[in-house]
Design a binder for this molecule. Structure first.
Ligand code: AHG
Ligand code: MN
Ligand code: MN
Length: 435
């Protein structure tokens, strides 16, 4: 290879080609599924949608550990409702995890174009991040957001880029952002669409001024009342209702990691041509890991199950786990999650006792839900400690939630410690659950 020549051997298709392919596959699946339905009506036997399509069984890897079954509710299978079903009404729901999530997998041309616009906005944010001090982009903006956090200039710039890029495309009814108190309806001068876009425009703000990887996180929902004036309540749908989710990482390379509910794909931005190229398809989070990510400065505030889990990891070879664990904490969720998507690990920002009004640090709608969908789609697990993040029924656009996600065997263990913490404390069973 000549010096400076881009190595395209692993580069197969562009983001546009990938999305067109997903759109075609989705149309084929729809056709097959309606075919099956009509056959069922005419007396032939059939199974429920996703199982028939994928041929996969819905097994829960640690079913014996947790003693739970794994059923999709009728509401989520049929895509009938945007409301949380009875089975999924609270963070306290059981830790059901679907190996094949029950979700509407329709990739329409509108959704495809919407995702391309989001990717274009991320490209512009990446360029703004890259300019840094040269463009006067570092430092505080001089105001605070609804969470009371000081906004950085790049928080505001990234928010504006996403709003401006997506306002006129005709695919959206409204947008919601970490940086805006209320939803942003599409202005009357632009055409409206049937989707809702949520984003954390700049994740990892504390790392902006120290030149550490930061990113953007986004989630796409369907507008439940097309044509109505968009309100915050329209966004309050559980994570299982997401039609697409993704994040961009502005690091040594700029990456876009995306799911449309059919696996996770990673695209790398060719900064010279401005194109996104598929560099990893069907990402898989390894089930086991010996790496964890948590802000240990909060340890004195943690609840018992989290303390116990981390203590066991720190005890290493001579502890109950019988092996050494390594710790990493970037303090940009995008970077920590991307490491886990790539080589496994567990990421935790659990509930703690600092402020009872804040059940965790991270926001459900535009941080936890999109990351949980990506992680589940890559074969990992994402829980609040009490149940799957994707089953939390949201009550507020900016609500916070405990986050425990990554390699499934470790997440299952933390959930087990939450569920049986009393029993564990009093009976001290053997902790070598994985043999
Ligand atoms: P944001 O910059 O969007 O407010 O998010 C920061 C989040 C997340 O990216 C990261 O995992 C966490 O906050 C870091 O928290 P600490 O500062 O407590 O380490
Ligand atoms: Mn964030
Ligand atoms: Mn942010």
């Amino acid at each position: 290879m000549n010096p400076g020549q881009i190595q395209h051997s692993t580069v197969s298709i562009s983001l546009t080609q990938y999305l067109i392919q997903k759109q075609r596959e989705s149309a084929t699946r729809r056709a097959a599924s309606s075919d099956n339905s009509s056959r069922a009506v005419s007396g032939e036997s059939r199974q429920s949608g996703d199982a028939t399509l994928s041929g996969e069984s819905n097994q829960y890897s640690n079913a014996t550990l947790l003693g739970e079954s794994n059923q999709c509710s009728n509401a989520t299978l049929s895509g009938e409702s945007n409301q949380c079903s009875d089975a999924t009404v609270s963070e306290q729901s059981s830790n059901k995890r679907n190996s094949k999530p029950c979700r509407d997998l329709t990739v329409t041309s509108e959704l495809r174009l919407l995702l391309e616009v989001v990717a274009r906005a991320c490209k512009r944010i990446s360029y703004a991040v890259g300019k840094g001090a040269l463009a006067g982009h570092l430092g505080d903006a001089g105001n605070t957001n609804i969470q009371g956090e000081v906004q950085k200039k790049l928080d505001v710039i990234a928010n504006d880029v996403l709003l401006e890029a997506n306002a006129w495309g005709g695919h959206l009814a409204a947008m919601a952002s970490e940086e805006m108190d209320e939803p942003y309806p599409i202005p009357d001068r632009y055409p409206k669409g049937e989707y809702l876009l949520l984003f954390d425009p700049l994740d990892g703000s504390s790392n902006i001024d120290v030149n550490v990887s930061i990113g953007t996180i986004f989630s796409v929902l369907r507008m439940p009342e097309v044509g109505a004036e968009p309100k915050a309540r329209h966004f309050l749908q559980s994570g299982r209702q997401q039609l697409a989710a993704g994040y961009a990482v502005y690091g040594p390379s700029t990456l876009l990691v995306l799911t449309v509910g059919d696996g996770v794909a990673c695209f790398t931005l060719d900064r010279e041509t401005g194109s996104w190229w598929l560099t990893q398809d069907r990402m898989q989070v390894p089930k086991q890991t010996r790496e964890f990510a948590i802000n240990a400065s909060n340890s004195r505030h943690w609840e018992t199950p989290v303390k116990r889990y981390i203590d066991e990891l720190l005890a290493g070879k001579s502890g109950p786990r019988g092996t050494d664990f390594n710790m990493r904490w970037v303090a940009s969720m995008v970077a920590d999650v991307h490491r886990i998507m790539t080589r496994g690990g567990i990421f935790m920002y659990p509930r703690d006792a600092r402020d009872p009004s804040k059940p965790g640090r991270l926001r459900l709608m535009y941080e936890a839900n999109p990351m949980a969908l990506l992680i589940e789609e890559a074969g990992g697990a994402a829980s609040t400690g009490l149940g799957p993040i994707l089953d939390v029924c949201p009550e507020d656009l900016h609500q916070r939630v405990p986050v425990i996600l990554g390699s499934s065997e470790e997440v299952d263990r933390v959930v087990f410690y939450h569920k049986y913490s009393v029993m564990i404390c009093h009976q001290a069973p053997d902790m070598r659950l994985n043999g």
